[in-house]
Design a protein around this ligand. Sequence first.
Ligand SMILES: Nc1ncnc2c1ncn2[C@@H]1O[C@H](COP(=O)(O)OP(=O)(O)O)[C@@H](O)[C@H]1O
Ligand SMILES: [Mg+2]
Length: 371
Amino acid sequence: MATVSELYQARVTSGQLEADPAQRGVLPAMDRVVRDLAMAAPAAPAQPAKSGWLSRLIGGGGAAPAAPAPKGLYLWGGVGRGKSMLMDLIMDAAATPQKRRVHFHEFMQEIQAGLNAARQRGDADAVRPVAQGVARQTRLLCFDEMQITDIADAMIVGRLFQVLLEEGVTIVTTSNRVPEDLYKNGLNRQLFLPFIQLIRDRMDVVELASATDHRQDRTEGGQVWFSPVDSIAQGQMGKLWREETGPAPATPLVLEVKGRKVELPQHVGRVARASFWDLCGKPLGPADYLAVAEAVDVLFLDNIPRLSQSNFNEAKRFVTLIDALYEAKVRLIASGADDPERLYAEGEGAFEFERTASRLREMRDADWGKS
Ligand SMILES: Nc1ncnc2c1ncn2[C@@H]1O[C@H](COP(=O)(O)OP(=O)(O)O)[C@@H](O)[C@H]1O
Ligand SMILES: [Mg+2]
């Protein structure tokens, strides 16, 4: 099995990646995780029954305590530096078949659903069985984009990680922020601080301080972002819509999500169209946006306004929507008040928005998308 360093070098040699000294600098920490995982005992199989005096003497029968999980990795740095790409290399290099890479939002959704079920069963400590359920199938858990903005997530993530680690799961995560800045200014933040300590104790915290935003290097293709929202933009959006959908009449797309209905005013097959306000002006959440991203290959999004603190909730939903579309590789064709990087220039949340702007820029590439 190749190490992360070897996989990286092979991609540089083949021209798939440009050599980046800062990326090279974090490879040893990644190799260490993969090596420790390979050396860690696999999840203990049941002991074969032995009847010899020695095994009776040493008192077999009781399960051996789980060995502590190999130390994980918390890789942080600015947008476009290659964090997700490097995480993919860890996934490729890890020998265990019990490895899972999942977007943090999506994982927390799954956990919250599990917690609800456990609470309904009346479990006193609901986090433990849910985390144990995950741990049974997973030795290496990779989260891309850990960010904690939701108080419900903030209040359980410490306990969740604690049980996962106790159960021998190694956690690798990427983030735009240094651990100390997670859930910054969040409600009840003091209850969150032990989680930061847990990260420091149980994960190598490594900064990817590359000078290059690799996303900016990519070339732009056909125009899919129109600003400002004027009659020219509207005309071009309309023209592209007709090109994508043909003469077929559009109908509303109604998705059922957890018993709720999420409606996009128009769709033809897997091409759908909605305005910013249809999708971000209503109290929709990650599950709704994941459902939209799953249902379409191309999304036309009209009228993205300039965002600021005064429409913080809409901005936050927009960030979640773009994350879901990005992960699912949905092609986005949009009209907005300004260029992505100037849509949300200041105020609380402007920092998180940099990543969204970077993703929007990448989604404008000609070769972006699943169709
Ligand atoms: N060394 C590199 N050479 C060429 N392209 C790269 C390199 N590192 C990353 N990329 C590309 O740049 C883009 C951004 O990288 P990504 O891993 O998504 O960054 P991050 O997760 O840090 O925002 C991706 O398309 C990725 O494949
Ligand atoms: Mg990334």
